[in-house]
Unconditional design. Structure first.
Length: 171
């Protein structure tokens, strides 16, 4: 899924074992939501809830011109990411924030990756999510993807970083 106006986050493969879980959540807020209040609560959720969960590494959030939000959270493991989401859904401290999200628009995916987005001064993230064609060999795809990243994407003016991850369904 490409979300225009978010930040530059490409996914590129590497041969090392995965060591992080990247959780990508996108959503819209309800039409009745006060954006200023929601953005304030987003910062509070990060500081007072998400960053306090076991396995938490880092969280970033952004919104595009169409009002679509993205939240990127790095975790040490899938179990810790699951535990945090289970707690989030029941925790009163995040209830007001969660009540402002249009639940029907919310999508979450988790990806195993061995790299972290480390360009804090970037003001644009682009997230691409896709499935390879049936029969594609993962190692060959990762090798070709890395070549494209190094030879096509990296030389572009303004390019910051490219990261690749894969979820449990091969996406």
């Amino acid at each position: 899924m490409i979300i225009p106006g978010l930040a530059l986050l490409f996914f590129i493969g590497c041969s090392e074992p995965s060591s992080y879980v990247l959780e990508v959540t996108t959503f819209r807020t309800k039409t009745t939501t006060n954006t200023f209040v929601f953005n304030k609560l987003d910062g509070e959720v990060e500081a007072n809830f998400t960053s306090q969960q076991p396995g938490f590494i880092e969280r970033q959030s952004a919104v595009n011109e169409q009002g679509e939000y993205i939240v990127l959270v790095y975790w040490n493991s899938m179990d810790e990411a699951d535990a945090s989401m289970n707690k989030f859904m029941k925790d009163e401290s995040v209830a007001e924030y969660a009540s402002m999200i249009d639940g029907a628009s919310m999508k979450m995916s988790r990806f195993q990756t061995s790299e972290m987005f480390d360009k804090k001064n970037s003001s644009f993230i682009e997230v691409m999510s896709f499935e390879t064609k049936e029969g594609t060999e993962p190692k060959a795809f990762k090798k070709l993807n890395k070549k494209v990243g190094n030879e096509v994407t990296a030389p572009k003016e303004g390019f910051v970083q490219r990261i690749m991850g894969m979820n449990e369904t091969g996406r």
